[in-house]
Design a protein around this ligand. Structure first.
Ligand code: PLP
Length: 378
């Protein structure tokens, strides 16, 4: 991509320093509390955050883990341990997701079966999901991509009818809601990431699993801590993946402001959707207002690379989420034979614009003007 033209100040894709600066005092107080406590792993802050996050999502149990990938992987591992999944079982997954969704499945000896999305909302299409259900299908992992809820009522009905587990990858959708229910409370279990760039971001790695199932929650809780419930007594061959006290304390601060941040994200997205008027640019649709928390603002353009260059020429940084689908990654040679034309075309056309809660109005208008000045013809 071209360098910024002289004079135009660079507009970053995401200014995390600025986004967190408004909470600096609160975050420093929370960090000081942990430093002074002398307890840094599996303590009161984690317990309090788990309670607060479970309440926020409207679920009985939240289990803090090391990151979003581990949250999803430990859910699947717990289901394997409990006999609901077995080696070689197939798990339906959107073809157009971050690699972590696939990794959690294949890590557990399960087989990811990628399904094409509905290009209108980038999320799983229940009709295509149903067509992909076979004799070995045992679960669906629905990703709320870019912050918009997947069609959960339809997927839940499908899962019920076919006796499948329904698991949410909610890494991008903290707080997204439909009919009064929030992400994390639709499936049998859900995985969240608190990576710093996510809508609820820690100042390091973090993740959580949520579920209404007490047995599953108990299993994940043990698995994240060496398979142990009582110190030095190991029931299972677990892992070490815990949300530490410092991140838990910082996340408690951020969680208290999450709804306010979602409202700010919606304002930026609304400005983009009203202002970016261009024959060659297709804007993202919010199927329902409450169901989208705008983790990313992803548009489509047949001349995506030219548009990205045009914006870069004006100092505006963009990203592509994601440039290469999982079935085309070197990490998954067994999927290379798949032809997923909807997904492949989407990956050539999508472009993510800068968006964060405290992005100032002048920057938003600058992005809008830059998009509108993109040449209509090559
Ligand atoms: C970020 C993300 C993950 C993984 O979360 P980490 O905390 O980075 O491990 C999984 N799935 C999706 C859809 C994500 O966006």
């Amino acid at each position: 991509m071209k360098a910024a033209s002289a004079g135009a100040p660079a507009l970053p894709f995401l200014d995390l320093r600025q986004a967190n600066a408004r909470y600096a005092d609160e975050l420093k107080r929370a960090a000081a509390r942990v430093i002074d406590s002398g307890r840094y792993v599996l303590g009161e802050e984690l317990e309090a955050f788990e309670d607060e996050f479970a309440r926020y999502c409207g679920v009985a149990h939240a289990i803090g883990v090391g990151n979003g990938l581990d949250a999803l992987a430990l859910i699947l591992r717990a289901y394997r341990d409990l006999g609901a999944l077995a080696e070689g079982d197939e798990v339906i997954v959107p073809a157009n997701t971050f690699i972590a969704t696939f990794l959690a499945i294949s890590q557990n000896g399960l087989v990811p079966v990628p399904v094409e999305p509905d290009p209108a909302d980038f999320n799983l299409d229940p009709r295509r999901v149903e067509a992909a259900i076979g004799a070995r299908t045992r679960a669906i992992v629905a990703v709320h991509l870019y912050g918009q809820l997947a069609p959960m009522p339809a997927l839940a009905a499908l899962a019920r009818r076919h006796g499948l587990l329904l698991i949410e990858d909610a890494a991008q959708a903290h707080g997204a809601a439909c009919d009064g229910r929030k992400a994390g409370a639709f499936g049998d279990a859900a995985a969240f990431s608190f990576f710093p760039t996510k809508n609820l971001g820690a100042l390091g790695d973090g993740g959580a699993a949520t579920t209404a199932d007490a047995a599953l929650a108990q299993r994940i809780r043990a698995l994240r801590n060496y398979g142990s419930q009582v110190k030095y007594r190991h029931l299972y061959q677990g892992v070490n993946s815990r949300l530490d006290e410092l991140q838990a304390a910082l996340l408690r601060v951020k969680l208290a402001h999450l709804d306010e941040e979602i409202a700010l994200r919606r304002e930026v997205a609304a400005r983009y959707r009203a202002g970016i008027v261009h024959r060659r640019i297709e804007l993202p649709a919010a199927v329902r207002e409450q169901s989208h928390v705008w983790h990313l603002f992803v548009l489509r353009c047949a001349r995506r690379d030219a548009l990205a260059d045009h914006l870069a020429g004006q100092g505006i940084q963009t990203q592509v989420h994601y440039p290469v689908p999982a079935h085309r990654q070197p990490a998954y040679p067994q999927l290379h034979a798949l032809r997923l034309t909807v997904t492949e075309r989407l990956h050539e056309q999508i472009l993510s614009l800068p968006l964060w809660p405290t992005m100032d109005a002048a920057s938003v208008e600058r992005v809008i003007a830059a998009c509108r000045s993109f040449a209509e013809a090559p």
